[in-house]
Design a protein around this ligand. Structure first.
Ligand SMILES: [Zn+2]
Length: 256
């Protein structure tokens, strides 16, 4: 039966399926042939934070720091703002494309400059709620942490904290509501925290999640240094002066 004669419901299902799973060998952004998830041309055009300018700590950039709920973490590293094309890639990663953990983590190592400072003793993925895990079938920040941990030879503690099941999704809430919602959302596991830990997140939006988690760690391990490694940050005020395309950052890295 040709697609024109297919009942409309089946036709919609087929089209959904076609856009959900791109054939292997195509760039996720330009859909040209590529042997990497994002082709080199797209990567070089992507805008990343110029982390040289902030000494690999986005808390040194007032426009970012002022937009975040204050927490007990000393450093924030990320690739870029949660805007095109990173927002597209992260949404794909979170909703049905777990294999994007690898190229996104590779970008994180290439552009965040985390390797320029002291590395953490362990990686702590931001917990996922049980109902979201049941729906998604994977824990996206754990996938990132596992890849980074393997590359950097740093242990990952998967069950260091738990997210209780029935809080409302953070995505639909405003800043004040997020903080209120999170107060009772997390519970620590039975963990002895080392001297320096990294929280692994996908997107830091209001900073409420990392503030809450860092507060919980600080309560039982006040001497532990906490850093946050996230793929993206949602800007309170969009500010492009900290961004540079991948090809310029590559040149900076070569010359430094
Ligand atoms: Zn491309």
């Amino acid at each position: 039966m040709s697609i024109l004669k297919t009942p409309i419901v089946k036709c919609v299902e087929r089209l959904r399926g076609a856009t959900k799973f791109l054939p292997d060998g195509l760039c996720y952004l330009c859909q040209q042939h590529s042997n990497t998830a994002v082709c080199k041309v797209c990567e070089q055009d992507c805008l990343f934070f110029n982390n040289h300018k902030v000494a690999a700590n986005l808390l040194n950039w007032p426009a970012i720091k002022q937009g975040l709920a204050p927490g007990h973490y000393q450093q924030l590293c990320a690739l870029s703002y949660f805007q095109w094309p990173l927002d597209h890639l992260i949404r794909r990663f979170k909703y049905g494309h777990p294999s994007l953990a690898i190229p996104l983590a590779q970008w994180f190592l290439r552009y965040s400059l985390v390797l320029s400072g002291p590395l953490p003793d362990c990686l702590l993925p931001v917990p996922i709620s049980p109902w979201r895990y049941a729906k998604r079938q994977y824990h996206q920040t754990l996938l990132l942490a596992e890849y980074l941990g393997k590359q950097l030879d740093i242990p990952v503690i998967a069950n260091w904290a738990y997210r209780r099941g029935w809080q409302r999704s953070q995505q639909t809430l405003g800043r004040r509501e997020r903080l209120r919602n999170l107060k009772q959302a997390y519970q620590l596991g039975n963990v002895v925290f080392p001297a320096r830990v990294a929280l692994i997140d996908d997107v830091v939006t209001t900073g409420a999640t990392i503030a809450t988690l860092s507060h919980l760690i600080h309560q039982i391990a006040p001497d532990t240094d906490i850093v946050v490694w996230s793929l993206a940050v949602t800007p309170a005020k969009p500010d492009t002066t900290l961004l540079l395309p991948g090809h310029q950052l590559g040149a900076l890295a070569t010359n430094s």
